[in-house]
Design a binder for this molecule. Structure first.
Ligand code: CA
Length: 223
């Protein structure tokens, strides 16, 4: 059975190009050209992943991102399509729970690689509960608790924390983290890791101390 991937994009040429690329990789693309159409499709089909343009005729793609994150406990992975240099949208997208973004104009091949990386990541078999003092990580439910209280993390933040915790004190470089958490390495994207670590620490509160910065290299989980 091939995975259904929803493309939300009002520029039909781009939508068709993405659809063709995904078909070649044996995915089943669905196209929505507006937010309302996307909502309708999601409620009926629950796609495996969403490729989301931000500027849509009836609103901002981020709204969809936000509603997905709050409605579904684990959320459907989202790749945001953004115009060149839309830094603000990019950061905002991660806050709203996007898993990745791709800048237009993009190569269809690269997009396909990202889609496959994200789907692979979300299918990694779960492992048992990890416990460090007040911090508990439940890989199976993608859940984190600090002193018994659940902490809301995005999928990427969760994977980042889990990857660090599972490395058992080993220092992980930004490149390694990109590769393990995002599924690919990309020159100049190391800053993305820092942004996510910052946000993760903030959400973890007292448990933030487990994530140690190793100057000039990357991060380490300290237990
Ligand atoms: Ca658009």
């Amino acid at each position: 059975m091939s995975a259904q991937i929803l493309i939300v994009e009002d520029e039909e040429d781009i939508a068709r190009l993405i659809a063709r690329t995904l078909e070649k990789e044996s995915f089943e693309p669905l196209i929505a050209t507006s937010l309302s159409e996307a909502q309708k499709i999601i409620s009926q089909k629950l796609p495996a992943l969403i490729i989301l343009d931000l500027m849509l005729p009836d609103g901002d793609g981020l709204e969809l991102c936000k509603s997905l994150r709050f409605r579904e406990e684990k959320g459907i992975p989202v790749i945001i399509l953004t115009a060149k240099g839309e830094e603000v949208d990019r950061i905002l997208g991660f806050e709203m729970g996007a898993d990745d973004y791709i800048v237009k104009p993009f190569s269809p091949r690269e997009l396909a690689l990202r889609v496959k990386a994200i789907l692979r990541r979300s299918q990694t078999p779960p492992s048992s509960v990890l416990k460090f003092g007040e911090l508990e990580i439940f890989p199976e439910h993608m859940e984190v608790r600090v002193a018994g209280k659940p902490v809301k993390l995005t999928r990427t933040e969760f994977n980042l924390l889990l990857t660090l915790a599972q490395a058992q004190g080993k220092v992980l470089s930004r490149e390694t983290l990109l590769d393990k958490v995002w599924g690919y390495t990309f020159e100049g994207y190391a800053r993305t890791v820092d942004t996510h670590v910052r946000r993760l620490r903030k959400k973890l509160g007292s448990a933030a101390r487990y994530i140690e910065t190793v100057w000039g290299i990357g991060y380490r989980f300290r237990n």
